[in-house]
Ligand binder design. Structure first.
Ligand SMILES: Nc1nc2c(c(=O)[nH]1)N[C@H]1C(S)=C(S)[C@@H](COP(=O)(O)O)O[C@H]1N2
Ligand SMILES: [Mo]
Length: 516
């Protein structure tokens, strides 16, 4: 068998086996199992610092495109590695038939990948999009991966043997004269399987988060309480979990005296608390709408922690979602009565995209800490870090005071002669868990200020809504600026030396053009 023919047969067999394996992974993904297609991205993204992360995001056109690129290149990379693996098999089989025994191919193409997979992806193996507890999820992920590589190895060997015919003797595999026809048959099989894979990928694409990830809530539509369908949404996932509550449970473990697991029904039986709390993403720009307000109902985290009895060296609480997302909060913050394990949002069960069946509410902290699809509460020492924190966001995640003008629109125009009534100026003001005591407006880019009317006071943990009437007296370009004072009397400010990755501070400004 010539060297070229051996490589060609191996490449083709490898590619076919790669397609079969990828299709199997897509099928598993459709069943809610974590596959390398997405968890490799999860594992790698924590190593990208926020600066390069954002510039990469900008280059590819946003978070959703970055995720698509991640999955796409993982599939492409997988097929490439599969083809190279096949070529390797071709070369070795040609040189030494004994080395291509089942023992050998199984070690190289099954055992080695499983070991590498388990080691490299250990932190993200406990992922389940149907909500299996972390340890069970890790086992399912590993067994599923093992199945995929087994399928790869068997397909590879069978396809290679189909292309090459065994000849007795030391010369190993030998091609039959009909290799062209056989290659065609294999190609047809590959195309058929790839067709199935593409159909599966389409189904998954429809289920993916692309339609709603990055949803903002701002402008004319803003009300005191954000309706669930309009609540801003951010997720690291390509396909979000859809938790089956019968498979799911909540664990409390780590540095505690009494470990515990809770079923959803048990949590519903505990004394509940209802509170209005605003959430805002750390990446929310001054004029952006990654901020919303809802009424959350659930169990204070403290009630579960007290029963678990944290050990004296416990300093932080690590919160794990079923999607391998984690974040941590200080134990003292976790013990505050307003830090909730929420199961209701505006009077109904949490929608899937907002963390069904259970999420954490941490008033006064950026959205990152409000872990969705919560499945484990782990008491840890002081060094534990979360997903975005590992990337380099933070460090403190406490929300500074912010405000935004929702009406009129930036760069809107009014003609003095046509203005029958005053221009309505309105917006939001948010002071973390400190509340809002005052809102002021400037119509001259901050030179002078006047009070706006707070027409909806959301309390300490939520935003307040304000409005004021404006009667421009002359034509010209006006720069409108808003600034809020929190409940502790601190005026919103621009912290010059604060990193963008700690969440921006400053003032929202708009330009309004008034013509004669
Ligand atoms: N499990 C999990 N929790 C998560 C995230 C995630 O990707 N996975 N994203 C976080 C981020 S970055 C934000 S801003 C908030 C958004 O919550 P929302 O989509 O309900 O508005 O959820 C946080 N909790
Ligand atoms: Mo976020």
């Amino acid at each position: 068998m010539s060297r070229t023919k051996a490589i060609f047969a191996g490449l083709l067999a490898g590619l076919l086996a790669g397609i079969v394996m990828t299709t199997a992974m897509l099928l598993l993904a459709a069943l809610g199992v974590a596959t390398p297609l997405v968890i490799i991205g999860d594992r790698l993204s924590v190593f990208i610092p926020p600066g390069p992360f954002l510039s990469l995001m900008g280059k590819v056109g946003g978070y959703n495109h970055l995720k698509q690129l991640g999955v796409g290149s993982t599939i492409a990379g997988q097929l490439l590695v599969a083809a190279i693996g096949g070529a390797m098999l071709g070369l070795l089989a040609r040189r030494n038939r004994a080395r291509a025994s089942a023992m050998w191919t199984m070690s190289i193409f099954i055992v080695l990948p499983i070991v590498a997979f388990a080691i490299a992806l250990w932190p993200v193996l406990g992922t389940s999009y149907v909500g299996l507890p972390i340890d069970a999820a890790r086992l399912v992920t590993l067994v599923s991966f093992a199945l995929c590589v087994f399928l790869f190895e068997r397909t590879l060997v069978a396809a290679f043997q189909f292309l090459a015919t065994l000849k007795i003797g030391k010369r190993g595999y030998e091609f039959t004269p009909v290799i062209g026809r056989r290659a065609f048959v294999l190609g047809a099989i590959g195309a058929a399987v790839a067709g199935g894979g593409i159909a599966l990928a389409r189904t998954l694409y429809r289920r993916a988060t692309f339609s709603y990830d990055g949803t903002q809530y701002k402008g004319r539509i803003v009300e005191p309480i954000t309706p669930n369908e309009l609540f801003y949404c951010v997720t690291k996932n390509v396909v979000d979990p859809k938790v089956n509550v019968d498979l799911w449970h909540l664990e409390v473990n780590g540095l505690v005296q009494n470990r515990a697991t809770w079923r959803f029904q048990d949590l519903l039986g505990l004394p509940a608390r209802e509170q209005q709390t605003t959430l805002m993403c750390i990446s929310n720009g001054l004029d952006a709408g990654l901020i919303s307000n809802a009424i959350w109902k659930g169990v204070p985290l403290r009630d579960l922690l007290e029963r678990a009895a944290p050990l004296s060296n416990a300093a932080r609480v690590r919160l794990h979602g079923v999607d391998n997302y984690t974040d941590t909060i200080r134990l003292e913050k976790a013990m505050e009565p307003t830090t909730l394990l929420a199961y209701n949002m505006n009077g109904v069960r949490l929608p899937h995209r907002h963390g069904y069946p259970l999420r954490v509410i941490v008033p006064g902290y950026f959205g990152e800490k409000h872990v969705k699809w919560l499945t484990r509460i782990e008491l840890t020492d002081a060094s534990a870090k979360g997903f975005y924190e590992t990337q380099g966001w933070g460090p403190d995640f406490i929300t500074p005071t912010r405000s935004r003008i929702d009406l009129p629109d930036h760069e809107s125009r009014f003609a003095l002669g046509e203005l029958q009534q005053a221009v309505e100026v309105k917006g939001i003001a948010y002071g973390g868990d400190r509340g809002i005591s005052r809102v002021e407006l400037s119509f001259d880019d901050g030179k002078s200020w006047r009070d706006a009317d707070i027409y909806y006071a959301g309390g300490d943990l939520a935003w307040s809504l304000w409005k004021t009437e404006w009667r421009p007296e002359a034509a010209g370009d006006f720069v409108l600026v808003v600034r809020a004072t929190d409940g502790e009397g601190d005026v919103q400010e621009w912290e010059e030396d604060r990193s963008f990755f700690s969440g921006v501070t400053g003032f929202h400004k708009i330009v309004v053009r008034v013509t004669a």
